[in-house]
Design a protein around this ligand. Structure first.
Ligand SMILES: *Cc1c(COP(=O)(O)O)cnc(C)c1O
Length: 358
């Protein structure tokens, strides 16, 4: 199923001079483009009223369901400037994950074709906002429950929208290794919970643990499993990989973790080059022992925003350890380059991941 989008360009778009100034050093998530895509759902009409229009405030009744019961899901993907056009990276995978998230949160599933069309239309109309070099346009599709009703039940109405934010290279001068704090007081996800879907509630629940990481001088938090509190799961918003001295990789199995598209892409690229990749549980004690013995060569986190971040140091209530001397390792950096080169259209794309929108 697809919909025809009504395109209504902004009456007063940002001037070229102002846009250039904002693109000079956009940082992450504070600069936005001129437009947004929006589609509405209700039970009578289904998905309808698809438009691309000037980015503006939403008018919401204070009783809409999302404000009370947090029925909200989102996605994150990027548009990359090529020599003579613009690429999206695996938007079909984001569309599929978004539909899975909707199903878990008892929301109206959005047809994947509408998700992709909304993203592409927004990229086209705001293509002047895509930074050059190692920058990109971060796209944020999301859906909120918009029925005006305080009863506890799945909303009968939804708003799906896509906004876009130009971002600079996440790391200036190459990725610096991050330090991570092992959360022993908080968990992220339990079996049967919402750990595998991209809902805002998971993030709300992770912020206290992230604040604890900062209090302990770390950049990020890493969560352990909720049952035994031993198995490494993932960071607040990134999956994690381990690199061993025999050249193999391992990463925690799917289930309670978020099925990252970067994670999936790294597994495929590593396997392409003959690397053994295991999706298997790994305990924090084993991580410490392997880092100490030298069996573990590297560890890194991965996700759309930062691509790959080497993990240099792990800190917990029971002591600290460092990995590969706290510097970025060659395996993490090699995989990062491979992936980024495909995203920007500088390397061949053996899995047909890139979708040209312009
Ligand atoms: C979005 C997200 C990731 C990374 O997913 P990508 O598709 O690679 O961007 C990892 N963990 C969590 C909790 C996330 O929300």
């Amino acid at each position: 199923m697809s919909l025809k989008f009504e395109i209504q360009p902004a009456a007063n778009p940002t001037s070229e001079k102002e846009r250039t100034a904002r693109l000079a050093d956009p940082g992450f998530g504070r600069v936005f483009t001129d437009h947004m895509a929006i589609v509405r759902y209700d039970q009578a009409k289904g998905w309808h009223d698809a438009r691309v229009e000037s980015r503006a405030n939403f008018q919401l009744d204070p009783a809409v369901a999302v404000l009370h019961y947090a029925q909200e899901i989102f996605e994150g993907l990027k548009a990359y400037k090529r020599d003579n056009g613009v690429n999206l990276f695996r938007p079909d995978a984001n569309a599929r994950r978004f539909r899975n998230s909707a199903e878990r949160m008892a929301m109206a599933p959005l047809p994947e074709a509408i998700f992709i069309e909304a993203v592409e239309q927004l990229v086209r109309i705001d293509s002047a906002w895509i930074p050059g070099g190692e920058g990109s346009l971060y796209l944020r599709p999301f859906m909120i429950a918009s029925e005006v009703f305080l009863g506890v039940k799945p909303s009968a109405e939804y708003i799906f929208a896509v906004i876009a934010s130009p971002v600079g290279s996440y790391f200036k001068g190459g990725p610096a290794p991050v330090s991570i704090w092992v959360s022993e007081n908080y968990t992220r996800a339990a079996v049967g919970g919402t750990g595998a879907v991209k809902c805002g509630g998971n993030y709300a629940a992770s912020l206290r643990a992230q604040a604890e990481a900062i209090e302990h001088g770390c950049d990020q938090v890493v969560f352990l499993d909720a049952v035994e509190r031993r198995y490494v799961e993932e960071l607040g918003g990134m999956n994690v990989f381990f690199v061993f001295d025999d050249g193999s990789l391992s990463t925690p199995p799917l289930g309670t973790i978020l099925p990252g598209i970067t994670r999936d892409s790294i597994i495929a690229l590593a396997k392409d080059s003959g690397t053994v990749v295991r999706e298997e549980p790994y305990t924090i004690d084993q991580w410490r022992a392997d880092a100490t013995s030298g069996k573990l060569k590297e560890a890194f986190a991965c996700g759309t925003a930062a691509v790959i971040s080497p993990i240099g140091k792990v800190r917990s209530a029971s002591g600290d350890f460092s990995i590969s001397g706290g510097v970025a390792g060659p395996v993490a950096m090699g995989l990062r380059k491979k992936l980024v080169d495909i995203q920007y259209g500088r390397a061949t794309d053996p899995h047909d991941w890139v979708r040209k929108v312009l």
